[in-house]
Design a protein around this ligand. Structure first.
Ligand code: ZN
Length: 503
């Protein structure tokens, strides 16, 4: 009777559903292991194949006195193939892995791989939850001879590029796999935590303070950050209502004033940048300065990391301009592969030139003229191709300076109207995604209607000092000695911006 009551179409649907399930039970799909790397030419073992992570939920407990970190990470992932096994990138000690609630076996392989074998093959396209319990002392865990975790007298900091996540959460560690994040961290009362996005809650009890941070837009793993220490925190809202949170170590000594005088201008800088690059892409804004001995800065999403050394010679808003530019060029639109680093750094450096122009401290053209003249043809600087510099030279100064010269050359070729339309159009066209150098060249050609491969080949893909300078013909013809622009020293002071511990 029941069957007769079913409409034929519904009955058909039931049968269609029943057949594949029955087949699968009879002969389970074997599946194949996910690749141990995502396919990056510079870093073959970074990231992994076979799945895509959509969300990380991290619950952490950190003791600044001993640098002991305990955590439970829940990853929501979708297999992109029938998956018999998959890798995560991680360096701390793991005690348990569960996939969809069931215990999975796991093993260490390679330099930083955690190989997870679930009880049964994970079917392609069906989301799974992966829970990893772990603990460790990140400052003591070395991968390839170094730790990306920065230990401070009052705690620790995770901020490095391209490797940072290995020391605090298991991940698919490559910008190609971005995800949203909820990060909850418990620290002893009296210690503060800084992370990405909006601080959604804070509570204290039994000697511990717990804060929760939400990043609701896709974020690359290296842009996730964590700092625990004794911070002074300032909060505000922008004119548009965006929450601003800045944090300064209480132990910045003589750099404290200059750090604040720079980072407190983040909202102003972001407002100015949104006039150039379009609406600010994230849910929060700010920056933080821990008491680290390093010299670099990093565009950690919504909340860049600054070393106190950046402010040793006084306030430097130029470095804030650099890191906040990355929120569009690097964070919202990320590299497809690390070879595409110019799409991050060339633009962040060029924005420093634009800030100089706005401040009346030298136009971008004047800086380009000066830089071009200051680097003789036999300077090894010209041997680095910003469009594909190689892993060793990923953060070479040429990627920044020659990279910015390339943009000045583009500006002179297509004119200001098209140039600024391109600067604004690219982050909009690729928001929350990835883009390569080649993609940018195509985009600029389409937007300007000009054939630009020759120009970009010259500036990004050819060894040697380009014969045709980025300078305008008339200033080259004048042959007057090129004067150092007022902003030069402040910009040069940020040359170490990404010179960090690496390998
Ligand atoms: Zn940068």
């Amino acid at each position: 009777m029941h069957r007769r009551l079913l409409a034929p179409s519904v009955l058909g649907a039931v049968l269609l559903l029943a057949i594949p399930v029955g087949t699968a039970t009879a002969t389970p799909q074997a599946g194949t292991p996910g690749a141990p790397g995502i396919g990056d030419r510079y870093y073959p073992d970074h990231g992994n194949g076979g799945y895509d992570v959509s969300h990380y939920d991290l619950r952490l407990k950190y003791r600044p006195g001993t640098d002991r970190l305990e955590g439970t990470a829940t990853l929501l992932a979708t297999p992109t193939q029938d998956l018999s096994r998959f890798n995560l990138d991680f360096a701390l000690e793991v005690s348990e892995v569960r996939v969809d609630g069931r215990k999975a076996s796991f093993a260490r392989t390679g330099a930083h791989e955690l190989e997870v074998t679930p009880g049964a093959t994970l079917p392609e396209g069906e989301p799974v939850g992966v829970v990893v319990r772990y603990a460790g002392t990140p400052s003591r865990v070395k991968v390839n001879g170094f730790t990306g975790w920065l230990r401070t007298p009052d705690g620790g900091v995770a901020a490095n590029e391209p490797e940072a996540a290995w020391w605090w959460f298991p991940s698919n560690d490559h910008p190609l796999d971005k995800a949203t994040y909820d990060i909850t961290v418990a620290v002893p009362e009296g210690t503060q935590v800084v992370s990405n996005g909006v601080k959604t809650s804070e509570s204290s009890g039994l000697g511990w303070t717990r804060t929760t941070w939400r990043s609701d837009r896709p974020q690359a793993t290296y842009l996730a950050t964590l700092a625990a220490g004794r911070f002074e925190v300032t909060t505000d809202r922008t004119a548009d209502g965006l929450p601003v949170l800045n944090a300064y170590s209480r132990d910045l000594g003589g750099n404290a004033g200059a750090a604040r005088a720079s980072v407190e201008r983040s909202a102003e800088v972001a407002e100015w940048l949104s006039g150039i690059f379009g609406p600010y892409p994230f849910n929060a804004l700010g920056g933080y300065v821990p008491n680290v001995p390093t010299g670099y800065a990093l565009e950690t999403q919504t909340r860049p990391f600054y070393s106190p050394g950046q402010f040793a010679n006084g306030a430097n808003v130029s470095v804030v301009v650099h890191e906040l530019t990355h929120q569009w060029y690097g964070d919202s639109v990320s590299v497809k592969g690390w070879r595409d680093i110019w799409v991050n750094e060339g633009f962040a450096r060029y924005a420093q030139w634009l800030w100089s122009e706005k401040e009346g401290e030298g136009t971008a053209q004047e800086i380009a003229d000066y830089l071009y003249a200051a680097r003789p043809a036999d300077d090894p600087f010209w041997q680095v191709e910003p469009g594909d510099p190689g892993a060793k030279n990923q953060f070479h100064i040429a990627v920044y300076d020659r990279g910015a010269l390339a943009l000045q050359a583009l500006r002179n070729r297509v004119g200001d109207r098209d140039f600024f339309a391109i600067l604004k159009g690219w982050p909009k066209a690729n928001a929350y995604g990835n883009g390569s150098v080649a993609d940018f060249v195509s985009y600029a050609e389409e937007a300007s209607g000009e054939e630009l491969s020759g120009l970009f080949d010259t500036w990004l893909h050819t060894k040697g000092k380009p014969g045709q300078p980025a300078t305008k013909a008339e200033s080259a013809a004048r042959k007057v000695p090129v004067k150092q622009p007022k902003s030069w020293k402040k910009i040069a002071a940020t040359n170490t911006v990404h010179e960090h511990e690496h390998r």
